[in-house]
Design a protein around this ligand. Structure first.
Ligand code: SF4
Length: 87
C-alpha cells in the first residue's frame, strides 16, 4: 500500500495572513458562489441587517455558530443558528 503523504493547507491558518488579505479572500469566495448556492441580494441584505443588530455578532462572527456572518448569510441553505431564528 502506498504511503499517504500528509497534506497541509497552510493558507487555512489565519495567522498566516493579515486581516485585510483574509477578508478580501472571503469576499472573493462569496462573489464566486454559484447562483444556485447564493442568496439573492435582497435576502442577503436582510440577513446581514439582522446580524448587524444582534447581540451574538462579534467581530464579524456569530458567537453561536462560529461562522463569519457574511459568508453564512450568502449561502441559501444556511439559517440563523439562534433558538429563535432571526433569518
Ligand atoms: S446568525 Fe443569527 S444569531 Fe448569529 S449574529 Fe446573525 S442574527 Fe445573530
Amino acid at each position: 500500500m502506498p504511503e499517504k503523504s500528509l497534506r497541509v493547507c497552510r493558507k487555512c491558518l489565519l495567522y498566516a495572513e493579515d486581516r485585510e488579505t483574509f477578508f478580501k479572500r472571503l469576499e472573493a469566495y462569496i462573489d464566486n458562489l454559484s447562483e444556485e448556492d447564493r442568496t439573492d441580494q435582497r435576502t442577503y441584505e436582510h440577513r446581514l441587517n439582522q446580524c448587524a443588530h444582534c447581540p451574538n455578532l462579534s467581530d464579524g462572527m456569530c458567537v453561536l455558530c462560529g461562522c463569519y456572518v457574511e459568508l453564512r448569510a450568502a449561502l441559501k441553505v444556511r439559517r440563523c443558528p439562534d433558538v429563535v431564528r432571526k433569518w
